[in-house]
Design a protein around this ligand. Structure first.
Ligand SMILES: NC(=O)c1ccc[n+]([C@@H]2O[C@H](COP(=O)([O-])OP(=O)(O)OC[C@H]3O[C@@H](n4cnc5c(N)ncnc54)[C@H](O)[C@@H]3O)[C@@H](O)[C@H]2O)c1
Length: 307
């Protein structure tokens, strides 16, 4: 059934694909974003359904949620680029924790809200080998992960207090068009599209579970349609991990050209996880969702993107 949906962070990388996806399913989507990292042009909604609001502004958040009168609220607004969060820990806590309190309190106050989805991250897991299932102990290792674990606790407390079904999605590494932060794949994309065939990169061996933003949007929609009652947590990943070298190889395959790598010491992170892999069996079991995008199809579209 078509719903009125509010997406915070809907002008960002994942939120903009989510907004387009839910609109294509027939939902009426509104976006709340302060455009700090996102861009107005990415949010595929008319001006009357775009609210340029900072989630730290409690009264403005309440006004925007009340004006939208949504059945579903998907809260993605946050700052999440780890080096930025490490350099600005107070701002990260303020946006990711206080901002989340403001969004959830507005959801409690506006009577139309029937379901809430909150974006968390694989960064709440500790360093460990093997695929992470949702019942693995948490153990964030940076300020970003700490703020997102707080987001999860706030979401669970919100559900207990309001009885509004609430879903936390632990996102693994997203890739796709319209990246807003200088992560690995957009960095390779930028260098390759600028004509480089020798790439300047940091650590080459860490492995990550890369999931396309379209598959993430499909997973979020499937969870909201799954009839979940109460509070629940789901990994949103692909269930396959790739090293930096393997990603470069995917670019080589799509380019049909050889790429060489120069390790740039300035890009090498001092503290690095070697693995981050999702166990997505709970998501699949609950919703029947299966990923549709592999690395090669994703890289192929990135090479056609105009930056
Ligand atoms: N990209 C990933 O790989 C990844 C991985 C794990 C979790 N996440 C989570 O997914 C969500 C979306 O991330 P993304 O990759 O699309 O990043 P993004 O930076 O593109 O999106 C976040 C959006 O929130 C907005 N925002 C930031 N601060 C705000 C504020 N104070 N008030 C209102 N809006 C604000 C930004 O302008 C931006 O449009 C975040 O919650 C992030 O923590 C992302």
């Amino acid at each position: 059934m078509a719903q009125k949906v509010l997406i915070t962070g809907g002008a960002g990388f994942i939120g903009s694909t989510l907004a387009a996806h839910l609109q294509s399913s027939g939902h009426e989507v509104s976006v709340l974003d302060n455009l700090s990292f996102g861009r107005r042009a990415l949010a595929p909604v008319p001006d009357e359904r775009f609210h340029q609001v900072d989630i730290r502004d409690r009264a403005a958040v309440l006004r925007a949620v009340a004006a939208t009168d949504p059945q579903w609220v998907l809260h993605l607004a946050a700052i999440h680029f780890i080096p930025y969060c490490n350099a600005h820990p107070v701002e990260a806590a303020d946006i990711n924790i206080t901002g989340t309190i403001n969004v959830l309190d507005a959801c409690a106050a506006v009577k139309s809200v029937q379901q809430v989805f909150v974006a968390s991250t694989a960064a709440v897991y500790p360093i460990a080998d093997g695929a992470m299932a949702e019942d693995h102990a948490t153990g964030p290792m940076d300020i970003y992960g700490i703020t997102k674990l707080a987001t999860e606790k706030l979401a669970s407390e919100f559900c207990l207090r309001t009885r509004i079904p609430t879903i936390t999605g632990r996102f693994f590494n997203a890739f796709g068009p319209n990246e807003t932060n200088p992560h690995l794949i957009p960095e390779i994309q930028k260098q390759v599209l600028a004509g480089a065939r020798t790439l300047q990169l940091g650590n080459l061996d860490p492995k990550r579970d890369f999931i396309h933003t379209t598959d993430m949007a499909r997973a979020m929609e499937a969870l909201l349609n799954a009839g979940i009652t109460g509070y629940d947590v789901f990994n949103i990943g692909r269930g396959i991990e790739y090293s930096v070298r393997e990603i470069v190889t995917a670019f080589e395959r799509q380019l049909g050209e050889k790429l060489t790598i120069d390790v740039d010491p300035a890009r090498v992170r001092k503290v690095e996880r070697m693995h981050l892999l999702a166990d997505v069996s709970k998501l699949k079991r609950t919703t029947g969702w299966e990923p549709q995008w592999g690395i090669d199809e994703g890289v192929e579209t990135l090479l056609r993107e105009k930056l």
